[in-house]
Write a protein that binds this ligand. Structure first.
Ligand SMILES: Nc1ncnc2c1ncn2[C@@H]1O[C@H](COP(=O)(O)OP(=O)(O)O)[C@@H](O)[C@H]1O
Ligand SMILES: [Mg+2]
Length: 293
């Protein structure tokens, strides 16, 4: 069953029902994107819920999620489509000797010999989908330009086949970990959503959702500590993903409290750089040693 949100509150409730607790602007931007038919560019540090937002949108909207994971060197053949050379070759080989080249050529450049990649799948789908273009900052500007064209026309030209036009428009989410500046042209086409580390209240809610059996005192303490650790000047501050992992670990260990010993032994769940470990052990460990004032 596909869904068309009538108000921001619908989106907020729908995302919650899908297990995603949207922050203040998230539901608003998601609502506008759906109704205006514009892509969302979600930017922010790793582990703050960018990918998960796309999954939750798909669940809420009752649409299939088509995901393109970007990486350095990603090209059109892996993002859009490519010809299935092996199958084409087989077809040519099995062709009787008297068949003319023209006949074979018409044949081997048909849809049967096309390998659809995510962007093409999203465009050609008879049912509207949610298209996630994940970690776009890992590709180069050339790829961005191709994407831009696709996102404005919703069509793909295949020289041998002709134009493939979208029958339905996908809801598009692009994510970026902000490792490079994206082009102004791309930003202009998108609604922008900056996802940052959550507030204490928001993070409490998220951790409770993912580790509901963890004693409330531990959950509260955990969020307090994580927020404290984020204040330090670290190479990689812990994200929501780390908070959730830590909560699940503490649950498994049956922790009733985060005392200095528990903290020390599980620290590596939230801090993952040698130098960061030292800083946190010293700065936060010491604070945990003394009773809270
Ligand atoms: N608002 C949220 N509500 C529920 N879970 C969340 C939320 N934000 C993040 N998470 C959880 O945090 C983890 C990391 O999220 P993810 O989307 O993979 O991060 P990113 O794509 O930004 O690196 C996932 O397990 C996700 O379920
Ligand atoms: Mg991600």
């Amino acid at each position: 069953m596909s869904v068309e949100p009538a108000a921001v509150e619908d989106v907020a409730a729908g995302l919650r029902a899908a297990g995603y607790l949207p922050g203040e602007s998230t539901a608003l931007v998601a609502f506008l994107a759906t109704r205006l038919g514009k892509p969302i560019l979600v930017e922010g540090p790793a582990g703050v819920g960018k990918t998960e937002l796309a999954k939750a949108m798909a669940t809420y909207l009752g649409r299939t999620l088509v995901r393109l994971q970007c990486y350095e060197g990603l090209d059109e053949a892996k993002a859009l489509y490519e010809w299935n050379y092996r199958k084409q070759l087989l077809r040519i080989q099995t062709e009787a000797d008297d068949a003319g080249w023209n006949e074979v050529q018409d044949d081997i450049f048909g849809e049967e010999f096309l390998l659809e990649r995510p962007l093409m799948t999203a465009i050609a789908s008879p049912e509207p989908v949610v298209l996630l273009i994940d970690e776009i900052d890992k590709t180069d500007q050339e790829f961005e330009a191709m994407l831009l064209e696709l996102l404005s026309d919703f069509q793909i030209s295949i020289p041998e086949l002709g134009r493939i036009e979208a029958r339905t428009h996908p809801v598009v989410l692009l994510t970026s970990n902000n490792t490079r500046e994206l082009t102004e042209a791309l930003k202009r086409r998108c609604l922008y959503l900056w996802l940052d580390y959550p507030s204490s209240e928001h993070e409490l809610e998220i951790v409770r959702l993912h580790a509901p059996e963890l004693p409330e005192t531990v959950t509260t303490r955990l969020v307090e500590i994580v927020q404290m650790v984020r204040e330090l000047d670290l190479k990689k501050p812990p994200s929501i993903a780390e908070s959730i992992d830590w909560a699940r670990a503490l649950l498994l260990l049956g922790a009733q409290d985060i005392d200095p010993e528990t903290f020390r032994s599980t620290l590596s769940l939230i801090v993952k750089h040698r130098t960061d470990l030292d800083i946190v052990a010293e700065r936060v460990g010491v604070r945990l040693g003394v009773p809270a004032s």
